[in-house]
Write a protein that binds this ligand. Structure first.
Ligand SMILES: [Zn+2]
Length: 857
């Protein structure tokens, strides 16, 4: 018997669940009647339960015979075994269970969230988070995605509280001192999508999308922050009904902001839960980046209502398709809602993050076989979300948007209320496009890595060659290496789009590069060529020097995403040792006139990496280089928004100020930032919301104890989630060691929520001024952090070791993980260590050249 799959002799079709949470004792009681179908005359029923006490279990079988079960609970396998004296009759039966549990503080299963109300009094609410396998912590169930059933939920609660679940309330009654709310039957769906929230809640007036009321829910006092989230919720729901050609599958749509939430959000059908920063915002006081985050997350979760909820993966190996698709749809919906945001250009940043991890030997295929559900835990990463979405976008562009959508519609219609696999989507897209989809896609999905396409002119011909891109020539040797890395294909089917400029004209050509090399004659009057035209391809391009120079000399003719890729690919091949660092630094000088915030983000990101590599003596020179590159752009933009200026330019202004005031250590920028911040605080001269977060970061970078305590108080008393985040992360930027120590202590003393603390520690590991102290702290308190943080907290935090880019720290990192035998799930740790090696290798290889280059500053 497979220890990870429940037997199918008895399967559920409907759950009638009643739960009574008690927010004072932090416990809950429950009872449920499950309609089951018995396929074989077994004497045992096996389902999932963990950290629950089961007090009664009775079955009534198809012959009407009632039997009490002997209950066995196995915590290790998270199973509940019900043994009966007589075999169950084949046919329809009913299983009744009575159980108890606690409202835990681990942000999973049925858990408690504690927050302060507007008068500063501590309040408690209860919420659920079930994906992947934590529904079994709230009620015994067949907790696998393929066991879809109808859920009828009843909640008996304190009359002062409010309850929300997946569907509308159909009746409200009293039971003694309790108020009882019964919810309508759900659609047939998986256990991990059930949601329950109980607390003091308020909600917005619903907006109708067709017959579906859409509302935002939050703790009292925050409804004023709900309008923006509601607007994108409504817009994206409309967009998806149209795109999918299917009505929204629920009877209402509630979006709930929960003060403690481990992930960003969770796509429970009809009751989507969010961390507050991903849903609530004061639109007038927020930066573009903060607004885009909310639009993205809301659209992403709404996309799941169909892709994931209506049609669900059969098993956890399919989680990538769920997430990749929702990420892809999120871009489409936000792009349609606010075209001026140029969402697909900004997606370049996400694609770049995936290319970075997928350029490691320790990467993995997007999809791989999963036996135990926890093997899929490590799937919640950039390869699933960002690489997955990138290859879907590449496929969509290759097939054409209409054909792609037709395939998606057919897939959803065919498999609705059921489960499906990757192959089912390829089959549907294949029927829509009349093309062999698996032949094109399998190399991208079932194999690790991606190609770099080299473009050169040789003997009057344009030559394209593909080979796998990796940063290191050889896989990293480390203590945990057990097997050789998964083999990458010798070549991919690369849909290459070329834009050729010749004789004053531009033409676009599509080439499916399936061979290691292809050649074509150069057109007469050849001027230049852009490979990966439009930037949708998931591969890198390496131009020969002459071709790169031709593009650099005509940058304004390139699209923003093409300029982004030009920089990003050049930086990657530099990190891989295929281009000298001096050439890359020369290249950055060509972008002083750049006005796209995404292109600037890759430029600034690469300079941040160099900052972790340079010697302390060279750091002031690197700061001067940063000023040399970025100051002209800020000077041209000015410090205050111009009338009619677009949102992206405003955000760029904030990004440049932040880069100059921190990485560039620009005294004039720091002084100006202090002046503007003071004026803003006095109410004398409000600062643009895109600039204000940058001012806070700059002041922290140059700040002392007084400023630290001021900012800590602002963090504690913040009135919006965004304000809270700005001041929280500002605490990580104060350079004084005593202040670094204080912030580190706050990651484990309860002053920073456990949903945020791992990320705070991560950013302190990444920053040059704090990394050594942070690393010492993390080593010392690893077990405490492991105990306090939610499930994926340590994995997120440990990513910070990538910033420990000195040979000494690298050795110490290996020693620590080796001695402690730490496993972060999947290939996560191996990937962090390899990324660290890439950085240290760059330092070893190019340190002298970098130092010589910086001598001129
Ligand atoms: Zn998702």
């Amino acid at each position: 018997m497979d220890p990870f799959r429940l037997p199918r002799a008895v399967v559920p079709s409907r759950y009638d669940i009643r739960l009574e949470p008690d927010l004072t004792t932090l416990t809950f009681r429950g009872e449920e009647t499950i309609a089951v179908s018995v396929a074989e005359p077994v004497r045992e029923i096996v389902l999932n339960a963990v950290e629950l006490a089961v007090d009664e279990a009775v079955v009534v079988d198809a012959r009407g015979r009632e039997q009490w079960a002997t209950v066995g609970l196995d915590e290790a396998s998270e199973r509940c075994q019900l043994a009966f004296a007589e075999p169950l009759a084949v046919g329809a039966g009913r299983l009744r269970l009575v159980f108890r549990g606690t409202l835990n503080d681990k942000l999973r299963g049925f858990y408690r969230s504690v927050y302060k109300d507007p008068s500063g009094v501590s309040r408690t609410m209860a919420a659920t988070q079930f994906e992947a396998t934590d529904a079994r912590r709230a009620f015994p169930c067949w907790d696998e995605p393929a066991f879809k059933a109808i859920f009828s939920v009843t909640l008996a609660i304190d009359p002062a509280l409010t309850a929300v679940s997946n569907t509308r309330i159909v009746s409200k009654t009293r039971d003694g001192a309790r108020k009882v709310a019964r919810f309508a039957d759900s659609i047939v769906m998986s256990t991990y999508l059930v949601a329950i929230v109980v607390g003091e809640l308020e909600h917005t007036e619903p907006t109708l999308v067709g017959a579906t009321p859409v509302s935002i829910w939050c703790v009292p006092g925050k409804r004023r922050l709900a309008a923006f989230g509601q607007e994108i919720a409504v817009a994206s729901l409309r967009y998806f009904e149209d795109y999918y050609g299917l009505a929204y599958p629920g009877d209402k749509l509630d979006l709930l902001a929960i003060p403690d939430f481990a992930a960003g959000a969770m796509e429970n059908l009809g009751a989507i839960t969010f961390r507050e920063t991903a849903l609530l915002v004061d639109e007038q006081a927020a930066s573009h980046a903060e607004l885009q985050r909310i639009a993205d997350v809301v659209a992403h979760e709404n996309a799941h209502m169909w892709f994931g909820d209506l049609v669900t993966m059969s098993w956890w190996n399919g989680i990538w398709l769920n997430e990749a698709f929702a990420t892809f749809m999120e871009m489409l919906a936000v792009d349609a809602w606010k075209p001026e945001w140029q969402r697909w250009v900004a997606f370049g940043v996400s694609r770049a993050a995936a290319l970075s991890v997928d350029g490691l030997h320790s990467t993995r295929p997007i999809e791989f076989p999963v036996r135990a559900p926890r093997e899929a835990d490590a799937m919640f990463d950039v390869l699933t979300y960002e690489k997955g979405a990138s290859v879907l976008r590449m496929l969509e562009q290759y097939l054409g948007a209409e054909v792609f959508r037709a395939g998606v519609r057919e897939y959803l219609t065919r498999h609705r209320f059921a489960n499906a696999d990757t192959g089912d989507l390829w089959a549907a897209l294949g029927r829509a496009s009349q093309q062999p989809i698996p032949a094109v896609m399998d190399g991208w999905i079932f194999a690790p890595g991606y190609p770099v396409v080299s473009v050169s002119v040789e003997g009057g011909e344009l030559v394209l060659r593909q080979q796998r891109f990796t940063y290191l020539a050889e896989p990293l040797r480390w203590f945990g290496a057990t097997a050789a890395p998964a083999a990458a294909p010798a070549r991919w089917q690369v849909p290459v789009r070329l834009r050729l400029a010749a004789g004053g004209r531009e033409t676009v050509e599509r080439v499916l590069l399936a061979e290691p090399e292809t050649r074509r004659p150069l057109p007469a009057g050849f001027e230049s060529v852009v490979a990966n035209e439009g930037g949708h391809g998931f591969y890198r391009v390496r131009y020969d020097e002459a071709l790169r120079e031709r593009l650099l000399s005509r940058l304004p003719s390139l699209g923003a995403i093409e300029r982004f890729n030009l920089v990003n690919d050049a930086w990657a091949v530099t990190a891989a040792g295929l281009m000298p660092i001096t050439q890359y630094l020369d290249l950055t000088a060509r972008f002083r006139d750049e006005r796209d915030k995404n292109v600037w983000s890759v430029l600034i990101g690469s300079l941040h990496t160099l900052n972790r590599l340079v010697t302390p003596a060279d750091r002031p020179k690197l700061e001067a280089l940063v000023r040399d590159r970025a100051a002209p752009a800020l000077a041209a933009l000015g410090w205050t928004p111009q009338p009619g200026e677009d949102e992206l330019t405003r955000q760029l202004r904030g990004d440049l100020i932040r880069a100059l005031g921190t990485l560039g250590n620009d005294r004039a920028v720091q002084a100006r930032a202090a002046e503007l911040y003071a004026g803003h605080e006095r109410g004398a001269a409000p600062v643009d919301p895109n600039v204000l977060p940058a001012l806070i970061a700059v002041l922290a970078h140059a700040g002392d104890e007084g400023r630290y305590h001021e900012f800590f108080e602002r963090f504690r008393t913040a009135t919006t989630p965004q304000e809270e985040q700005r001041y929280l992360y500002a605490l990580t930027a104060f350079p004084k060691p005593a202040l670094v120590e204080q912030t580190l202590a706050r990651t484990i003393n309860g002053e920073i929520r456990t949903q945020d603390a791992p990320f705070v520690a991560r950013s302190m590991l990444m920053a040059v001024h704090s990394r050594e102290q942070a690393w010492d702290f993390v080593k010392k308190h690893w077990d405490t952090m492991d105990r306090l943080y939610p499930k994926h907290g340590l994995r997120r935090m440990a990513e910070g070791v990538v910033g420990l880019a000195t040979p000494e720290l690298e050795a110490d990192v290996h020693r620590f993980f080796h001695e402690r035998k730490i496993d972060l799930g999947g290939k996560t740790l191996e990937q962090y260590l390899e990324q660290l090696r890439v950085a240290v290798a760059l330092r070893e290889r190019e340190g002298a050249a970098l130092s010589a280059y910086l001598a001129r500053f």
